[in-house]
Design a protein around this ligand. Structure first.
Ligand code: PEP
Length: 272
C-alpha cells in the first residue's frame, strides 16, 4: 500500500472543450480570480484552464501574474512539420501554455485517437517541457463486463511507448486523469468509491512499473460529471488529487464552487 500521508498539491482543471468565444475569455478569468484570489494566498493548490487552441493567447494574456495556468486540449507529435491541422507543442510553449490534456475520451472516441498516437503526443509534449494531463477511462460496456482494470491497465501502457515518460523526473510532470467514458457529459458521475478504487489501481500500477516514490508523488485526478454537489465527496477519497471538469467549468461561479467544496474535504480545517 502507498503512504497515507498526502503531500500532493490538489489540481483542478477546467476543460472548455469547443465552447466560448475568444472575447468571452477575459471576463471568465477575471471572475474566477476574484472568487479564488484569497484562497491562493492561504492554500496550496493549482488551477488550469483548457480553452480551445484559438483562445490560448488571449487566456494566457488574461492570466499574466495570476497563479492560474493555461492548458491546451491536445498537441502535435513533433515540433514542426507536415502535420496539417495539428498544433506544435513548441508553439504552445511560445504562447505561455505550460500544460496539455492528452487522450481525452472525446479524442479517443470521436476522433479515433489510439494509445500509440497519444504516446507520441505525450513524448513530444514532455520533450518540449510541457506538463501533461493524460486521460484514461473505460466505456460502460467494459465496466459492465468487469473489464475496468484491464482497460485502464492497457491504456496506462502508453507510458511505456512514450519513451522516457517513465523517467521519474518526467513522470512528475504528468497528471493522470481517470475519466470513465460513461460519466463524461452524461450527468452520471462515478461514485466516490468507484473513483477511489480505480485511482488506487492506477497508483499501485505506477508503483509497480515505476517506483513507489513516484507513484506516491503523481497526482491522479477524477473527471466525469463533476458538479459543486459532488466535488467534496469525490475529493474526500484518499487517492483523488484533483478534478478535471468539463460542462460545469464553463461557469466560473460553478467552477469556483467545485474547487472550494473539493478543497474543504481535501484540506479539512483549511480557512475556506
Ligand atoms: C471532461 O471534459 O473532461 C469532462 C469530464 O466533462 P464533464 O465534466 O462535462 O463530464
Amino acid at each position: 500500500m502507498m503512504s497515507s500521508v498526502v503531500t500532493r498539491v490538489p489540481v483542478f482543471a477546467a476543460n472548455w472543450k469547443m465552447n466560448k468565444l475568444v472575447r468571452e475569455a477575459p471576463e471568465y478569468v477575471e471572475r474566477l480570480n476574484a472568487l479564488l484570489g484569497e484562497l491562493y494566498s492561504a492554500l496550496s493548490f493549482e488551477v488550469l484552464i483548457a480553452p480551445p487552441a484559438t483562445h490560448i493567447q488571449s487566456v494566457s494574456a488574461s492570466l499574466q501574474g495570476l497563479p492560474i495556468k493555461v492548458a491546451a486540449q491536445n498537441c502535435g507529435t513533433a515540433r514542426a512539420g507536415a502535420f496539417t491541422g495539428e498544433i506544435s507543442p513548441a508553439v504552445l510553449k511560445e504562447l505561455a501554455c505550460q500544460w496539455v490534456i492528452l487522450g481525452h475520451s472525446e479524442r479517443r472516441h470521436i476522433f479515433n485517437e489510439e494509445d500509440s498516437l497519444i504516446a507520441s503526443r505525450l513524448r513530444a509534449a514532455l520533450e518540449e517541457g510541457l506538463n501533461a494531463v493524460v486521460c484514461v477511462g473505460e466505456v460502460l460496456q467494459d465496466r459492465k463486463a468487469g473489464k475496468t482494470f484491464k482497460v485502464i491497465e492497457s491504456q496506462l501502457a502508453l507510458f511505456n511507448s512514450a519513451k522516457g515518460a517513465f523517467q521519474p523526473s518526467l513522470l512528475r510532470r504528468v497528471v493522470v486523469a481517470y475519466e470513465p467514458v460513461w460519466a463524461i457529459g452524461t450527468g452520471e458521475n462515478a461514485t466516490p468509491q468507484e473513483a477511489q478504487e480505480v485511482h488506487a489501481f492506477i497508483r499501485n500500477w505506477l508503483s509497480e512499473k515505476v517506483s513507489p516514490e513516484e507513484a506516491t508523488a503523481v497526482r491522479v485526478v477524477y473527471g466525469g460529471s463533476v458538479k459543486a454537489e459532488n466535488s467534496g465527496q469525490i475529493m474526500a477519497q484518499k487517492d483523488v488529487d484533483g478534478l478535471l471538469v468539463g460542462g460545469a467549468s464553463l461557469d466560473p461561479n460553478t467552477f469556483a464552487a467545485i474547487i472550494k467544496n473539493g478543497l474543504k474535504t481535501r484540506l479539512p480545517g483549511a480557512p475556506i
